[in-house]
Design a binder for this molecule. Sequence first.
Ligand SMILES: Cc1cc2nc3c(=O)[nH]c(=O)nc-3n(C[C@H](O)[C@H](O)[C@H](O)COP(=O)(O)OP(=O)(O)OC[C@H]3O[C@@H](n4cnc5c(N)ncnc54)[C@H](O)[C@@H]3O)c2cc1C
Length: 463
Amino acid sequence: MRNDRQPDRPPLTTGAGWHRRRRGLAPWLLIGLYVVIGLAPLAITWLRGHPRQGLAHDLSSGLVMVGFAMMLMQFLLSGRFRDITGRVGADITILFHQLIAWTILAFVLLHPFLYAVPGLWPDPAQAVATLRGMFGSDALRSGGIAWWLLILLVPMAMWRDRLPIRYEIWRLSHGLGAAVIALAGLHHTLTVGTYSADPWLAGFWVVLAGLAVASLVHVYVLKPLRQFRHPYRLVSNREVADRIWEIQVEAERRPAINFAAGQFIWLNLGHSPFRLVEHPFSLSSTPADRPRLAVTVRESGDFTNRIGEIPVGTRAYVDGPYGTFTLARRRASGLAFFAGGVGLGPIIGLLRELVQEQYRGPVHLLYGNRVETQILYRDELEAMGKTLDFRLQLILSEPPEGWRGPAGELTPEVIDACLDGRFPKDWLYFVCGPVPMMESVEATLLARGVPARRIVSERFKYS
Ligand SMILES: Cc1cc2nc3c(=O)[nH]c(=O)nc-3n(C[C@H](O)[C@H](O)[C@H](O)COP(=O)(O)OP(=O)(O)OC[C@H]3O[C@@H](n4cnc5c(N)ncnc54)[C@H](O)[C@@H]3O)c2cc1C
């Protein structure tokens, strides 16, 4: 943050939260690696001096090789590798994974059709015959399996919310389907691929496919195994606002995970770690509260609607921490938080840490809810002014009679009024809540001249 003004009040960036390192590769390094690996098969083919096969043929094999390399890298972009997500964020990583999937699909889809293109002239029937031959060929069966499965997998992932299947079933089918595509694609490439006889290219594919499969083994076997040996236990489960529960778990054996306030974990309550029944929740506790970890959960579906019934003593497993919604390695002369509903979860974690560290810069919290009974940790928030230079603004869209705070949403007018129209460029602005609220707050901040890099957001929904 080179352009940050040095804080004029001392010392605004002290304490564990600010100096905590963010684990992970730098974004420029990740992009560089991605481009190099994606283009490596073309470079190898060129360096090895393979003869040209004609435009359509070269285009077909070139696109499918790049597509297959990108497809194998998708395994590492699942959001579960902290070396990859640590600096860019799990949400950005998953968004990239989702968007790039369409490019991969396009490259792979075109592959057989481009082969058939030269047959289009003078007799188009020739092209149809080539395609028929390819799809009916036993030798090309593994390629066909990978091709059809990819066509199924990408739209299923994109529209998974509309599928009549549980998230866990979808996740399992996605992982298994991707593994079959990788292995069938590898078989196709090594047996009938245009350059299958080239040992350098074959070596490249084996290593990359091996990495992809190893990443699956890591996520589905090794990680659960580590969790199994490092269990947690539910030590408190209480309703802290209307249909919002605070869940506290405690590490049973080794120390609890090390995290920065504001990060999130994947929490498994009461199931074997091998069953993939886990949900992402932001930590509302601070590192100083360890060995206890707390998350604040709103009832919103199959699992969370029954979370209040889970008894104290239940075994729990934790994977994490993930996320960049933290103060780690950031600097600011003031902080503004914008929370909507249970979006206060990670924000209260950050505020608690600021209280513990006796942060001396100005802190604003604009916290919107529908009704008063949904306001989380109200007493604690109101007491924060004793330690912090704190301005709390509670906003209700359905206020009770006699409500003295602002009514409505976090509109530009409400934000302007709460911040006195001041949006210093060297502050940090943290935003978490329902997606429409986040989009509107982010747009207001940008319109008021806040640089995008000073806005830190956490979305509770990936797609
Ligand atoms: C980074 C992050 C942090 C979050 N932090 C919090 C928090 O602090 N408090 C809170 O209340 N909520 C949080 N959420 C949202 C929470 O994870 C979902 O509300 C919860 O998983 C829904 O589960 P359900 O089975 O009750 O709902 P369902 O109705 O079954 O699912 C609703 C939608 O949630 C998504 N979903 C369901 N299960 C999962 C899963 N295992 N993994 C990922 N997505 C899933 C799917 O898109 C699904 O369509 C967070 C989400 C993310 C991504």
